[in-house]
Design a protein around this ligand. Structure first.
Ligand SMILES: [Zn+2]
Ligand SMILES: [Zn+2]
Length: 300
């Protein structure tokens, strides 16, 4: 199985359009210590011809352009066999609107994420121009859904998360609002875990057990990363992102598990580990984990 990080940034991208934090200033200036990154998306394939996208980021058009594996083979064609959504956050779903052009799509999500997107949303009707344009295949927690053309099975695991911001107050929270995915190669049974929004470390042992590689939530280094410099009001865990650093952070926990390959992705532009000469990055690397960049590949 081959997994390619198409976009390794959290929502907003890196640099973020309205941000002049230290990292964004360096990235905008072309400083070699900080590579710009597009927003969260991963492409997975068993044989390397048909692909499963995990999330459809606002940058999907450019991400397809930048990776020849996703280029069409014919006048009207896409090798994207399916798109799995881990939650309804806009940085994970807005790209669907860029994939219209009457292209038939298969979308995997929980029923909650589907209804949060489609119900009362007139714009999503652009993906329903014809009855056969979008095929929703519903992910039920704990049940593997097989994609024969990609050669993988996808199992959703409820992850501690939250409703997308635009649905808060409209519907009650549900365990189906935010999921991690275990993606199993049908030929080898090797498993990739993708967990890009994880609000607490509860259940992380079971989530990652037996995985050959884990791509994990690297959004924030500290709990008050946005609050302390006055960039925002939300703490990391309030936004369903357990921080990487500190004694209660994910690095301390994950690096103690026997995970053959661990990669942090979905990294917010404020996270100091983005800088290649930072002590935070050194901490991650010393613990045996990696920091994703756009184009990073994991083969397992
Ligand atoms: Zn996100
Ligand atoms: Zn910034």
């Amino acid at each position: 199985m081959r997994a390619r990080v198409l976009g390794s940034s959290a929502g907003g991208g890196f640099p973020q359009w309205n941000c002049a934090c230290d990292n964004c200033v360096l990235a905008r200036a072309g400083d070699p210590r900080v590579a710009p990154r597009t927003q969260d998306s991963i492409a997975v394939s068993s044989r390397g011809d048909r692909w499963l996208l995990v999330n459809a980021s606002p940058d999907v058009h450019r991400q397809i352009q930048d990776f020849a594996g996703l280029h069409p083979w014919a006048a009207r064609h896409t090798p994207i066999a399916a798109i799995a959504l881990t939650n309804g956050d806009l940085d994970h779903v807005v790209g669907l609107l860029s994939l219209r052009e009457s292209q038939p799509l298969v979308i995997l999500s929980t029923e909650r994420v589907r209804s949060g997107l489609v119900d009362r949303n007139a714009m999503l009707r652009t993906l329903a121009r014809t009855a056969d344009q979008v095929t929703w295949r519903l992910l039920k927690i704990g049940e593997e859904l097989v994609l024969d053309d990609v050669g993988v099975g996808v199992t959703a695991v409820a992850a501690p998360g939250k409703l997308p911001v635009h649905l808060i107050g409209l519907v009650d929270p549900s365990p189906e609002d935010n999921v991690a995915l275990r993606i199993r190669d049908l030929a080898t049974s090797r498993t990739l875990v993708v967990a890009t929004a994880v609000g607490s470390l509860d259940g992380v042992d079971a989530l990652t057990r037996g995985a050959g590689a884990v791509m994990f939530d690297g959004t924030f280094w500290t709990e008050d990363e946005l609050v302390a410099p006055g960039l925002g009001k939300g703490h990391a865990r309030d936004m369903a992102h357990v921080p990487v650093g500190g004694a209660a952070g994910s690095l301390a926990k994950l690096s103690a598990l026997s995970i053959p390959r661990g990669v942090y992705t979905h990294i917010n532009n404020t996270n100091p580990m983005l800088r290649e000469d930072s002590p935070e990055r050194a901490d991650v690397e010393r613990a045996g984990w990696e920091i994703a960049y756009d184009g990073l590949e994991v083969v397992l």
